[in-house]
Design a protein around this ligand. Structure first.
Ligand code: AQP
Length: 335
């Protein structure tokens, strides 16, 4: 079986972008793949954080994975900080990764600008930690949204460089170079207040996103207020209408219709007709997820048992890779 690995940061409520761009992909083909889904809490502290929020968000993210359809019987769900190998491999990879590679990372530049002088070494090193997350498990595929493409490419570069330096003659080499798995529609869900910015957890205005935990009234209010335009009719792919393209794409994704079906159905519509349609489609799609999420949050013992099983399998895999790396690099292992 091919192996799949991916994760989300517990930095706030997950939104439609995280779901349509990443998590929904993970739920598909769970039978076909050997799946590892991690909540990357070590990443969440690369920006200023609140300790209570971190703990709550971490467990909520686990509950949302399951509520969205990740089946613990078919997929490993675990917390990054539980598996110590993530932090350890990061250090080892830090020492073979050129600093210039990190200076090119777009996400770092964007987030660093927002933080000014307080930007941490951790934020700069984020992509190496992410490379460690991935490479420890030897996945074939990493399903992510468009914004993470550059980081996965970097993880491949880090793997190749490491293999060339330390495991050139070994077969198989120490690290497998994973491929990015990305959807054609949904890889970049945009903000509801500006169709040229991606939907994001960290955006200040909660009305810029639909959270997976939003209730019916909130979804209704957010869609009612979201930015539109004054063109006639509705259509995809008009560069002058980023909001229209985004809202139609969301509609297409949550109804599982084809683009052609959506064009046929909506091209003559006005916003006043389309918005309630979109609201209903979102509510229909998301209500079962929210209901299951609320149930799961009441059953912390179950969540903990899922995490324990995930941790056991994940740490076994990760430890194996870490030992190989240490041997490659010339460390003496404890006897
Ligand atoms: N708007 C988006 N459209 C499609 N996919 C998206 N993802 C994030 N935003 C969108 C995908 O969700 C997965 C988890 O993302 P993350 O939480 O690890 O980090 P992020 O990409 O930085 O997401 P956010 O929500 O924008 O968080 P903040 O605001 O904290 O930076 C990834 O696969 C990502 O591609």
């Amino acid at each position: 079986k091919k192996r799949v690995l991916s994760g989300v940061q517990p930095t706030g409520a997950l939104h439609l972008g995280n779901y349509l761009g990443a998590i929904r992909q993970w739920t598909r083909n769970q039978d076909q793949y050997d799946n590892f889904f991690v909540v990357v809490d070590l990443h969440a502290i690369t920006v200023p954080h609140d300790r209570k929020v971190l703990a709550d968000c971490t467990l909520q993210t686990v509950a949302l994975y399951i509520a969205c359809g990740i089946d613990p019987a078919k997929s490993q769900i675990f917390i990054q900080s539980h598996v110590k190998a993530h932090a350890e491999l990061t250090w080892l990879l830090n020492c073979s990764t050129p600093v210039g590679w990190l200076h090119r990372m777009i996400q770092y530049k964007e987030k660093a600008i927002k933080q000014g002088e307080n930007v941490s070494v951790g934020l700069f090193d984020y992509p190496v930690l992410m490379a460690a997350d991935v490479l420890l498990y030897q996945p074939d595929l990493v399903p992510v949204g468009e914004d993470q493409r550059q980081h996965i490419e970097l993880a491949r570069d880090i793997a190749r460089r490491y293999n060339d330096m330390y495991s050139k003659k070994k077969r198989p080499r120490t690290f497998r170079e994973p491929k990015t798995l990305m959807q054609t529609t949904g890889a970049r869900v945009m903000s509801l207040e500006d169709g040229t910015n991606k939907m994001s957890k960290s955006a200040e205005n909660d009305h810029s996103r639909i959270n997976l935990t939003d209730d019916e009234a909130t979804i209704k209010r957010k869609i009612k207020k979201c930015k539109t335009d004054s063109f006639e009719g509705l259509g995809f792919d008009n560069p002058e209408r980023p909001e229209c393209n985004n809202l139609l794409s969301i509609y297409q994704l949550v109804t599982n219709k084809t683009k052609e079906e959506v064009i046929e159905e909506c091209q003559e519509m006005r916003w006043g007709t389309f918005k309630p349609l979109l609201t209903d489609a979102l509510v229909d799609h998301m209500s079962p997820i929210r209901a299951r999420y609320n149930e799961l949050l009441e059953d912390k013992a179950y969540l903990r048992s899922v995490l324990k099983a995930g941790y056991e399998r994940a740490s076994e895999e990760a430890e194996q890779t870490l030992q190989n790396v240490k041997k490659d690099m010339g460390f003496i292992l404890p006897s």
